[in-house]
Design a protein around this ligand. Sequence first.
Ligand SMILES: [Zn+2]
Length: 265
Amino acid sequence: MKAVVYDGPRTISVKEVPDARIERPTDALVRITTTNICGSDLHMYDRRTDLQPGTVLGHENMGEVIEVGEGVDLVKVGDMVCLPFNVSCGACANYNQGLTAYCLVANPAPGMAGAAYGYADMGPYTGGQAELLRVPWADFNCLVLPPDAREISRQKDYVMLSDIFPTGWHATELACVQPGDSVAVYGAGPVGLLAACSAIIKGASKVMVVDRHPDRLRLADQIGAIPIDDSKVSPVDQILEQTGGVGADRGCEAVGHPSAADAWT
Ligand SMILES: [Zn+2]
């Protein structure tokens, strides 16, 4: 199959690699139809991790199930599925507490909890920026989608369920956004925009998004948020003005990783 392979820092290429295949009875094999490049991939691309050269990247994936192991009950061949990036066994003690990102079983490295596709130190699972993806513990790790997931235009929405949309949603959970709140979101990359979108879904009365890239601010405007360009105005003054001098009820920070400094200078 063809796959996106990490060859070393800032060196990535599309190569022929061995086909992903069913390895255990609880696996499914998915033909990838849509996949994303994530900001997290840049940590590996820029050598902020110890990713092994030869790794197939890609943890934001969706596609069609083309084969299932004999231990798979719920997922069927032909199902369109989204694959949340955290791999979990669906049975361990952490899973039972809802901590699916810290599965005690999926990552065989000593002392490590949690696994993901195509990611440094997250277990042996190859990524989905490829034609085929092996999905372990498929009954748990496949989110079966409605029939319209065959439409490519809908796939661009559904694939966001693999990582970015829940990440943005989680920012609003951490911020305890309630209906009627005013919300300030710093950063209008994919996570910030989907945090803004999530706040709107939750009934926020006003969502303000601070960034300095015109294309991102346009998208914030399109989803119904108030764009604030902090290269032109003071975001603090703007937020105070928008909130009658009180300030935002809630805040979501979607910039803070040090690597963001590259993009902001
Ligand atoms: Zn991601």
